[in-house]
Design a protein around this ligand. Structure first.
Ligand code: NAD
Length: 471
């Protein structure tokens, strides 16, 4: 798992830096692999390869591009168990969830992008104009570590389906599965230069990609803070920038919701991928009259979670991705208590039976108000906060009372009432009563959660420029 080469112009290529970045397994704190720390010169080489490949790829019929993407999806599925184990080892995701979400959703995104891309009407008459949608050119993609394959799929599969070429910089914390994916893309036989991988740190490789004059579109997923930095770096070239950023998403329990059914599901949703999910529903907004009942149910559900080795099938909560992330989350818990939040279960203390690994106790905090950081700052760990409202207007006000707007949930015995509340919530996705996953539904944020949409038709259109020809 020690990768020595970048993937540029259809070949595994030596980086100009010759320094490698170690990858640490969060469950054992041991080095399990490494990836090259790329340089701005590597980015130049990759961008020019992508530029040279662009005309040919854009001119390839959409159904042929789709066929390549399906071959990649087949490859991900064929190597599914190996990829899931890799992601569990580099991220800490419990293995069952890694198989289903980390790998399954990545394959599904490649397949869905193929379908959407081959059936899309790239030319439409709007008399007296002909609207032509065409690829931008070279797409620079920067991705986070929490869903390393799925986040790449959301960008690369759709950018490629639309006829763009891609230079990808994955997170330095979890690049190993992306190297495996690149092997699958290589085996699929995409023309040289259509997909390129330059690993390395954000401030070097990511910065160079964002500022590069020959990158036409910069697609970024990560924290809001770095999203702002990337936007500034890209501004000099006026390139299009797509941002998929952080979240602090609410689950609103209306007074008629069944607490004993809803709260365990809400706790599980908040702690998906050990709480390291951008759209995790980490705020439970509940009627004040039901507070004690909710606290008891949340304490039971969180307290019953099996924390431990993420490679064991029974584990529900693994370690956080890094020591830095663990320490940051623990500080958040302590600060919330210092600001007046009530600890219902969990806490910042280490788990005695897990001396190694970056574990944090599944934690529930109550009596959280808008005056506390834990109400509106993304914690990105297994920490659920409970906020109370007195009437529906206040529930909506609280739900919207953060700088973010990525996701939300509403629970009610009355679906119409839930929908009416959903309409008032500022978020890119709202689920009602645990509503099902739709791989074609657009995903993205309001407010500081971002400015774009990924997946489905809108996810394809992100990567298409519009030309109006007046006839
Ligand atoms: P991050 O912002 O630290 O890093 C994201 C990527 O940006 C990494 O590849 C990193 O190397 C790179 N980067 C860092 N500094 C850079 C710079 N100066 N210039 C260019 N690139 C730079 O985020 P993370 O810790 O990897 O991921 C967690 C964050 O991502 C959370 O905030 C989470 O909510 C967010 N996220 C959002 C979505 C979404 O779809 N909205 C999905 C997943 C994760």
């Amino acid at each position: 798992m020690h990768h020595r080469h970048l993937y540029i112009d259809g070949a595994w290529t030596t980086s100009t830096s010759r320094t490698d970045i170690d990858v640490i397994e969060p469950a054992t704190e041991k080095v399990i692999g490494s990836a090259p720390g790329g340089t701005p010169e590597d980015v130049d080489t990759a961008v020019y390869a992508a530029r040279r490949a662009f005309t040919g790829w854009a001119g390839t019929p959409a159904r042929h591009r789709a066929a390549y993407l399906r071959t990649v999806a087949d490859g991900i599925e064929r190597r599914g168990p190996e990829l899931a184990e890799l992601i569990t080892r580099e991220v800490g995701t419990p293995i069952g969830f890694a198989r289903m979400a980390q790998v399954g959703l990545a394959a599904l995104a490649f397949r869905t992008a193929a379908e959407v891309g081959e059936s899309y009407p790239y030319e439409q008459h709007q008399a007296p104009s002909l609207l032509i949608r065409e690829p931008f050119g070279v797409v620079g993609a920067i991705t986070p570590w929490n869903y390393p394959l799925y986040q790449v799929a959301a960008k690369a599969a759709y950018a490629l389906a639309a006829g763009n070429t891609v230079v990808l910089k994955p997170s330095e914390l979890a690049p190993l599965s992306v190297f495996a994916l690149t092997g699958i893309i290589d085996e699929a036989g995409l023309p040289a230069g259509v997909f390129n991988l330059v690993s390395g740190v954000g401030a070097v490789v990511g910065q160079a990609l964002a500022a590069h004059p020959d990158v036409d579109f910069l697609s970024f997923t990560g924290s809001t803070e770095v999203g702002k930095t990337v936007s500034r770096a890209a501004a000099g070239t006026v390139k299009r920038v797509g941002l998929e950023l952080g979240g602090k998403s609410p689950a609103v329990l209306l007074p008629d919701a069944e607490v004993s059914e809803v709260v365990p599901r809400a706790v599980a949703a908040a702690f998906l991928n050990n709480g390291q999910t951008c759209c995790a529903l980490t705020r439970l907004v509940v009627p004040r009259a039901r507070k004690e009942e909710v606290e008891r149910a949340a304490a039971r559900a969180a307290g019953a979670m099996r924390v431990g080795d993420p490679l064991l099938p029974a584990t529900q909560l693994g370690p956080l991705v890094s020591a830095g992330q663990r320490d940051r989350v623990r500080r958040h818990i302590q600060r919330a208590q210092g600001q007046g939040a009530t600890l219902i279960t969990g806490g910042a203390e280490p788990l005695q039976d897990l001396p190694h690994g970056y574990y944090v106790r599944p934690t529930v905090l109550s009596d959280v108000t808008t005056a506390m950081d834990a109400q509106h700052e993304e914690i990105f760990g297994p920490v659920l906060v409970i906020e109370c409202y007195d009437d529906e207007d206040e529930a909506v006000t609280l739900a919207n009372a953060t700088p973010y707007g990525l996701a939300a949930a509403v629970w009610s015995a009355d679906p119409d009432r839930a929908l009416a509340v959903a309409r008032r919530i500022q978020a890119g996705q709202v689920e009602i009563n645990g509503g099902g996953f739709n791989p074609r539904a657009p995903f993205g944020g309001y407010k500081q959660s971002g400015n774009g949409r990924e997946h489905g038709v809108l996810g394809l259109e992100e990567f298409l420029e519009v030309k109006a020809v007046q006839l």
